[in-house]
Design a protein around this ligand. Structure first.
Ligand code: PLP
Length: 258
């Protein structure tokens, strides 16, 4: 492809992704309004994590240029590669980004974490690890963080729909596990819950899995004043999640779609 055609294609991509982001932002705002009206509160804020797991660097760059700064990956090696490629790409024309973009990008880890990948992940300084799915993983992470003298924010993953295919704590065991981990760790900062909504077309079941996770979150918040993050909602169900009280959503396909 010649340079001109390439620039035209890049501009089309940029426009498409910026418009996806604008639409999703409006939908997040509208769902937030509905939640606030229902809960009788104001000032509820929802953070959007752009899940870039199936995307190329050009699409991620387009989203960055549209203003998105928080990205999520579910594999340690992908996070490492994309963080370095995006940083490199943003330093180049034609749309040169602000200086030191790598400093402004926040990387979230949202996938299953194998214990033998902990060091690799920590080396990438993730802003938040969403997917603590066992007490053993929490204790191992804490040990590494302690050795490195760093505090690592993280969330417990809840298997709210009790699906055997999914990782995470059962609804029944979440609060005990949370307390257990908080009592035995000093460098892992457990600050909330993450869940993946029920995998079904049945919206009632999806909403119920979110509502149950929110109820656990409220219980934890009453016990620990620093609990502040409820990560739930993806492309197909984020408005329902926000209406149930999510304050962080993880959206991939809807942000990058054609
Ligand atoms: C892939 C993924 C998402 C985003 O899914 P979309 O349906 O593409 O929005 C969110 N959370 C987790 C844990 C994921 O693996």
């Amino acid at each position: 492809m010649d340079k001109h055609a390439q620039n035209t294609q890049e501009r089309a991509r940029q426009a498409r992704i910026a418009s996806n982001l604008a639409l999703i932002t409006r939908q997040i705002d509208a769902a937030t309004e509905r939640y606030q009206a229902k809960a009788g509160i104001t000032g509820h804020k929802v953070t959007l994590i752009a899940v870039s797991k199936y995307q190329d660097i050009e699409s991620m760059r387009a989203l960055y240029l549209a203003g998105q700064r928080a990205f999520g990956e579910n594999r340690v090696q992908d996070l490492r590669q994309k963080a370095s490629e995006l940083q490199e790409n943003l330093a180049q024309p034609p749309y040169q980004a602000a200086p030191k973009p790598q400093k402004s990008i926040k990387w979230h880890f949202i996938g299953t974490l194998q214990r033998n990948k902990i060091n690799h992940l920590l080396a990438l300084s993730p802003t938040l690890i969403h997917s603590i799915d066992s007490i053993e993983l929490a204790l191992s992470l804490d040990e590494r963080c302690k050795a490195q003298g760093r505090i690592q924010p993280a969330l417990l993953q809840v298997n709210a729909a009790s699906e055997p295919s999914k990782h995470g704590f059962s609804l029944e065991s979440t609060c005990d596990a949370f307390a257990h981990i908080r009592a035995r760790t000093s460098h892992l900062r457990l600050q909330g819950l993450m869940t993946i909504g029920a995998h079904t077309q049945d919206i009632g079941a999806v909403v119920e899995s979110f509502a149950r996770t929110k109820a656990l979150y409220d219980t934890l918040r009453a016990a620990y004043s620093d609990v502040e993050t409820l990560s739930m909602g993806m492309s197909g169900d984020f408005m329902h999640a926000i209406e149930q009280g999510a304050n962080m959503v993880r959206i991939g396909s809807a942000l990058f779609k054609d």
